[in-house]
Design a protein around this ligand. Structure first.
Ligand code: PMT
Length: 404
């Protein structure tokens, strides 16, 4: 694999030479292009030393153009990774500005483009940055991170560039397997839930959570690629339906419970990715609740556990749950595996921005009664391919055992 690393002018570029070294450990060829402001933070010589190649700096450098010019560089790369990607670079990419070497390559390349943003947390949360990122994602640019924590400016929040190891894992694994092995689940019926549920308080308010549906939809896509027939019961999310999936849209946990129970008998595998509300409002108001006292008390009623109910069926599919935890991942996940009588549970840490809810990447620990496996951070698409392959192998083992 050939990676063109674009380095732009942010303090996080002190970590970029480490990205080069880690990529080289995986046998990846790397060339570096730097913006002028990146050169204010770190000398091109550092990158020349770690890549063994001259560093590309200028669009109008005759010597460079005579060797490997911007079009050759754009064609050479399999992946164009920009790390760090500053707010300014992201805005310029969105606008299609091409007034230096790096931005010109952004327009000229057909390589996969990946950015690892790094900026102050206020800049990250600015609506202009959010809108730019949405536009870039809709054009197929993959966004890695950012992470949260203490920042060079002294603030704490979201905006730190992901660690070099995480970036390199995402690049290497993202490039290896983005399509599930066809035939792995040929003829198998897979039922998947995805997204959040919404529990109405009154006609204008509801209780919900941050699930975007990305994890469940990516698993549906991977299961389809593996040859499965997929039914996707989705909470309120704005994601396109994977081609050939049979999609059923629902709003509340009770809707989801009803639609899943109607279909569970035909399913061979049930994967419960949805972040189902554990409680609903006991009495929904028919009209908008008016403000009166300073405090307002809502009484909540426990929703049925869809996954546990499917696992309790006399003739049940293989049941794969998810566990969203903020701590004690293995203990809590294994507890759910046992209590809900599951065949497998996929545990992820939630509460940050790099993995879990609404992120493009995820890292998970998978547990089944007699074993487990870890999957480091990578895109939800790439992770889903690996998870479907693991689920398929456990499913086949289980079926062979049942028959013998
Ligand atoms: O949608 P994304 O933004 O991509 O985010 C993905 C995710 C974080 C939502 C996903 O990876 C995830 O962790 N999903 C499970 C969320 C959850 O509700 O976890 P839990 O630990 O509270 O529930 C355990 C299991 O029971 C889950 O499989 C859940 O679907 C199921 N459950 C929970 C409550 C309920 N009433 N019925 C259920 O079926």
């Amino acid at each position: 694999m050939k990676v063109l690393l674009g380095v732009t002018g942010g303090i996080a570029c002190y970590k970029s030479p480490e990205i080069v070294r880690r990529l080289a450990d995986h046998g990846v060829e790397v060339q570096v292009v730097m913006t002028q402001s990146a050169c204010e933070f770190i000398k091109p010589l550092v990158f020349q030393a770690v890549t063994g190649n001259p560093v590309h700096l200028d669009l109008l450098d005759e010597d460079a153009e005579a060797g490997m010019g911007h079009i050759e560089l754009a064609r050479w790369a399999d992946v164009f990774l920009i790390a760090p990607a500053t707010a300014n670079t992201i805005a310029r990419m969105t606008a299609g500005i091409a007034d230096d070497l790096l931005s010109t390559i952004c327009l000229a390349t057909t390589a996969k483009q990946v950015i690892a943003p790094a900026m102050n947390s206020m800049m990250w949360h600015h609506p202009a940055t959010s809108a730019n990122l949405e536009t870039l994602k809709s054009r197929g640019v993959e966004v890695l991170g950012p992470d949260e924590g203490s920042q060079a400016c002294g603030e704490t929040g979201v905006g730190r560039m992901l660690e070099p190891d995480d970036i390199v894992t995402a690049i290497v694994e993202g490039n290896n397997t983005t399509v599930a092995e066809p035939g792995l689940l040929a003829g198998v019926n897979v039922l998947i839930t995805a997204g959040p549920t919404r529990e109405d308080i009154d006609p204008v308010r509801f209780i919900s959570n941050h699930s975007s549906g990305k994890m469940g939809f990516a698993l549906a896509q991977a299961a389809l690629e593996a040859g499965a027939r997929v039914t996707l019961v989705a909470g309120p999310v704005r994601l396109p339906t994977p081609a050939k999936a049979d999609r059923v849209d629902v709003i509340s946990a009770r809707d989801m419970h009803r639609e899943v129970m109607q279909r569970a008998g035909d399913a061979d595998i049930f994967i419960s990715v949805a972040a189902v509300a554990d409680y609903r409002v006991t009495e929904q108001a028919d009209s908008k609740i008016k403000k009166s006292a300073d405090d307002m008390v809502l009484t909540l009623t426990r929703n049925a556990d869809i996954l546990a109910d499917v696992a309790a069926l006399a003739s049940r599919p293989m049941c794969v749950g998810f566990a969203a935890e903020t701590e004690n991942l293995e203990t809590y996940a294994r507890g759910k595996l046992q209590r809900k009588k599951l065949d497998m549970i996929i545990a992820n840490l939630v509460g940050g921005t790099a993995t879990g809810f609404n992120s493009d990447q995820n890292a998970v620990e998978v547990f089944w009664p007699e074993g487990g496996q870890s999957f480091s951070s990578r895109s939800k698409q790439s992770l889903s391919v690996d998870l479907i392959s693991l689920i398929a192998s456990r499913y086949q083992r289980q079926n062979t055992k049942d028959r013998s």
